[in-house]
Write a protein that binds this ligand. Sequence first.
Ligand code: ADP
Ligand code: ADP
Ligand code: ZN
Length: 218
Amino acid sequence: MKIIMLGAPGAGKGTQAKMIADKYQIPHISTGDIFRANIKNGTELGMEAKKYMDQGLLVPDELTVKILLDRVAQPDCENGYVLDGFPRTIPQAEVLDKALVELGDAIDYAINVDVPDENIINRMSGRRACLSCGATYHIVHIPPKTEGVCDKCGQPLVLRDDDKPETVKNRLNVYHEQTQPLIDFYSAKGVLRTVDGTVDMQDVFNAIVEILKDAGNN
Ligand code: ADP
Ligand code: ADP
Ligand code: ZN
């Protein structure tokens, strides 16, 4: 099963992708997490990506596509995966599409988690992230058991640099200009499904599970 999560920054793609990955036992692949891990480890890729991320801009396609194609070629991706935060531009989607066609394969579903812009700033300012294991919380909606500490690994939670309101506004603009066109791209392929992302995270997940009941197993 190969799934793409679409939606604005903060729509809940990561939250849902992790739940999908757990239920269907497929890897959750987040390009944002890969970049943040590289920044944390001080790699060259991390330093390059950070320049763009801190401004709320997209990392150039060239760099991003290479990382993603390497990742999906790993053996654990044989039975599928859920992509979170990739593709984010039409050229990225075209490269992925071409790579899949060469394998005689295709995306099963692109799930669009729909949340209006008005809700996004609140979602982002309340988001707390664990940079060690990638878990995400919300101080009001999805709080950790102990304030400021990751439930899963015990590491401290942080407000991401790019989740500050000034940067979030840029990211929303970038989303509307560069990423939203993917909704039409996947709609034309007949694989787009939209879920209401404003409801409780469990209800969003139930809607996704209904959709995935029809998906193939590879
Ligand atoms: P969010 O889940 O809040 O949308 P991500 O963790 O997916 O944030 O992405 C954080 C940042 O990493 C983006 O603002 C962008 O700078 C960079 N990034 C992540 N994925 C991509 C991608 N596919 N193409 C270009 N840049 C990306
Ligand atoms: P994305 O990956 O799309 O950027 P996240 O999954 O990181 O989004 O979610 C953004 C913020 O909103 C996080 O703080 C997360 O805990 C919270 N969140 C996710 N889903 C919901 C929901 N259904 N209702 C309320 N808050 C949510
Ligand atoms: Zn953690």
